[in-house]
Design a binder for this molecule. Structure first.
Ligand code: ADP
Ligand code: MG
Length: 716
């Protein structure tokens, strides 16, 4: 009854695309030949045998074996989702991976991206309803879909990919799908992972009799990788990484290099320097040193730039010159999510940016932290895909053995759960403690999430979702941001808050080139609004829109054209959400009043992110959970403001608050009375300051009341 592997292979090798009825192109045939060499492809029979027999399948296979690109296609060939109006989806923890893989698979299936094969990530949907039957998407987007359709009826097969990454959304999805599988016996589920630690998932998804879920294992085919450590600890891993790249380029055989660093700025900087030095070397000695192309890879890179990592290395410039070399400088996206062919040398800095949550301080931050042993092994493995390779670890063997953790902790143990709790509440899951987690979060973290949602009035005191909470859950935004946006019409500034939310949702807009720092800073100053950075963001956006036809405007003002464009796009999408929930777009004419209104609306969302500086003090202290913080150097707030509200808490070389706006303490008491219940503050300067404010607020009304009483008594 099932489609047989033989039939599938025959169709794949045929001349007509069964999904479009168009003849296959030459490109299709070329790619098909390379696909046939992938370990997953050679296991097609085994896959179909297990897929047809089981509702839930756990799959493991080495990175690069073809899981992400091939398995969803195999499923389509047997599931035939397009014939029954269904979809097959495959989740990815990372946006870049979802986009890049969808593009690749569209090519492999010989269809345009966004038609039969598409992707969906937050704020960007590249699918066509009715046409798309294979959808790559971030795990977060599928989780949001589950909120409105708990049975996920539109899917016939759901593939959770990169499960070993243990992202928050994937973990929650595993819990939901485990439950859903009982209700929807027609739904097929595949959980794919790159590490051999699949037993955890097998046990989690165990069958009725307690037997572990079936495992489909694709044998890896990797070559030995020689691992080198540094003799001494490196003070500056970026510097050490650059030296290592150039050393390999000068002395090692042909083969591309993959360098793992931690973030956009660091990567761009390293690329520039490596490129300059390599160009110099080559100029000096073109006979023995080939050309080098240094290519960055990080999540905020635009899609066209992301594709560059798959370009072939530069060709040598003359017959006497050695072949060229490609260096990809990447965040840990390239650890398991994307595979770049031709990598022979891996340089592992030993660090990555990781999310950390401190429930006491209620802050989540991205911190450059040491990776785990499992990550280090994955990184090394990238060097041995096509032939024996080398991995240079920029740390000592002693550090590897004694200081690195075995595994990276699952994200659910390192995150602020406010958003997740709200999503679960929307799904009707109230008993968060008894939810079937793969790894249960710390009770304190759950408590903090419930508390935050209660302060934001998304949940009532019995943890029931309020009507406001139900709307908040629909917005693809953090709860504070959603709350602020939803209440902003009351302050006659929803038009502006919408802009601010969009601007807060994009990567850094300020360019600050090394050699033009002064010019960049002065351009920034001319755009700044003295009352605060949120208003500055609004001003930048408005100026950008006014100058939208002037292509040089962003460049001249040292602003990121890409981020501004993205903000514009996000704004348009959020506007549609506002229309859907009938939230009016309102503005205030008078600019002074408008700025006051905006700052008041900010308080409604971010009242928990406020810091206070007493008279004569130098440092700010955060409210309720006292922590000494400084204003980030990028902050444009002028003058001494006693109370400030901030968007972000950053811990790099000290505790800083970033994107800061001055607020009035009266607003805190008025718009967040529950949180600013003065009795809940410990005795001290902050409490005294608030008491004083409260007294001043009350005095006028009290005196009126007193007068009235007097009058009354007189009348008697
Ligand atoms: P896995 O999911 O098992 O890690 P993938 O399915 O992602 O493996 O990759 C299989 C192969 O497809 C790899 O050899 C990879 O290089 C290739 N590939 C994936 N995306 C692209 C692309 N955009 N361009 C060229 N090759 C690609
Ligand atoms: Mg993959």
């Amino acid at each position: 009854r099932h489609v047989t592997p033989k039939q599938v292979k025959k169709v794949m090798d045929g001349s007509i695309n069964p999904f479009t009825n168009q003849p296959f192109t030459a490109q299709y045939k070329r790619i098909l030949e390379s696909r046939k060499k992938l370990p997953v492809y050679t296991q097609m029979e085994e896959f179909y045998r297990m897929f047809n027999k089981n509702q839930i399948l756990i799959m493991v296979g080495e990175t690069g074996s073809g899981k992400t690109t091939q398995i969803p296609q195999f499923v389509c060939y047997t599931d035939l989702p397009h014939t029954k109006g269904k979809l097959v989806c495959c989740t990815q923890p990372r946006r870049v991976a979802a986009m890049s893989v969808a593009k690749r698979v569209a090519d492999e299936m010989d269809v345009p991206l966004g038609k039969e094969v598409g992707y969906s990530i937050r704020f960007e949907d590249m699918t066509e309803p009715g046409t798309t039957f294979l959808k790559y998407m971030t795990d977060g987007v599928l989780l949001r879909e589950a909120m409105n359709d708990p049975n996920l009826t539109r899917y016939s097969t759901i593939i959770l990919d990169e499960a070993h990454e243990r992202t928050l959304a994937t973990d929650i999805l595993m819990g939901l799908l485990k439950n859903l599988a009982r209700r929807r016996t027609d739904l097929k589920i595949i959980v794919m992972s790159a590490t051999l630690d699949a037993l955890k998932f097998q046990k989690y998804f165990s069958l009725k009799q307690g037997k572990p879920a079936p495992l489909f294992k694709v044998p890896g085919r990797t070559y030995p990788v020689e691992v080198f450590y540094t003799r001494e600890p490196q003070l500056d891993y970026v510097e050490a990484a650059m030296r290592t790249v150039l050393m390999i380029h000068r002395t090692e055989d042909p083969g591309d290099i993959l360098l793992f660093l931690t973030g956009e700025e660091e990567i761009e900087d390293a690329c520039r320097k490596i490129q300059a030095e390599a160009d110099d070397l080559q100029k000096q000695d073109p006979g023995s040193i080939g050309p080098l192309a240094c290519i960055p890879l990080y999540s905020s890179l635009p899609p066209s730039q992301q594709q560059r990592i798959f370009d072939p290395p530069p060709s040598s410039r003359s017959v006497i010159s050695p072949p060229g070399r490609k260096v990809v400088v990447s965040t840990n996206i390239a650890e398991t999510s994307l595979t770049i062919d031709g990598i022979v040398y891996v340089i592992d800095s030993g660090f990555s940016k990781q999310k950390l949550y401190n429930p006491r301080m209620r802050v989540e931050s991205l911190l450059v932290s040491p990776i785990s042993k499992a990550s280090a092994q994955q990184r090394a493995g990238r060097a041995g895909r096509t032939r024996p390779g080398k991995c240079y670890r920029l740390y000592t063997e002693h550090v590897f053995m004694t200081e690195l953790e075995e595994q990276t902790h699952p994200e659910i143990l390192r995150s602020n759960l406010a958003n997740t709790v709200l999503e679960l509440a929307k799904l009707g899951i109230k008993d968060l403690v008894r939810f079937d987690y793969v790894d249960a979060p710390a009770p304190e973290t759950l408590m903090r999430a419930l508390e935050l949602l209660n302060y934001l009035s998304a949940l009532d005191d019995e943890c029931n979702m309020t009507p406001l909470g139900a709307i908040m859950a629909e917005f693809p935004l953090e709860p504070q941001m959603a709350k602020m946006l939803i209440v902003s019409p009351k302050f006659n500034c929803s038009n502006e808050i919408l802009t601010i939310v969009a601007m807060l949702s994009v990567p850094n807009i300020w360019n600050r080139p090394i050699f033009m720092r002064r010019e960049a800073d002065s351009a920034k100053r001319s755009l700044e609004v003295p009352e605060g950075d949120h208003l500055t963001l609004l001003n930048v956006y408005n100026c950008y829109v006014q100058n939208i036809h002037n292509k040089r405007w962003a460049w001249d003002n040292f602003l990121s054209q890409r981020s501004l464009l993205q903000a514009n796009n996000i704004r348009a999408q959020l506007k549609r959400y506002m229309e859907k929930f009938d939230i009016g777009l309102i503005s205030t004419r008078d600019e002074i009043q408008l700025y006051v209104n905006i700052r008041q609306a900010l308080v409604c969302g971010f009242f928990m992110q406020v810091a206070h500086k007493g008279a004569g003090e130098v440092a700010y202290v955060t409210v309720k959970v006292p922590e000494v913080v400084s204003l980030h150097p990028s902050c444009g707030l002028s003058g001494e403001s006693e109370w400030v509200l901030f968007d972000e808490f950053v811990l790099t070389g000290g505790a800083y608050v970033r994107t800061v706006t001055a607020v009035k303490p009266e607003w805190l008491l008025e718009f967040a009375p529950k949180y600013y219940d003065i009795n809940s503050f410990p005795n001290g300067k902050m409490k005294n300051a608030l008491l004083q404010v409260q007294k001043n607020m009350r005095t006028p009304s009290l005196s009126i009341g007193a007068k009235k009483k007097k009058n009354k008594s007189k009348n008697k």
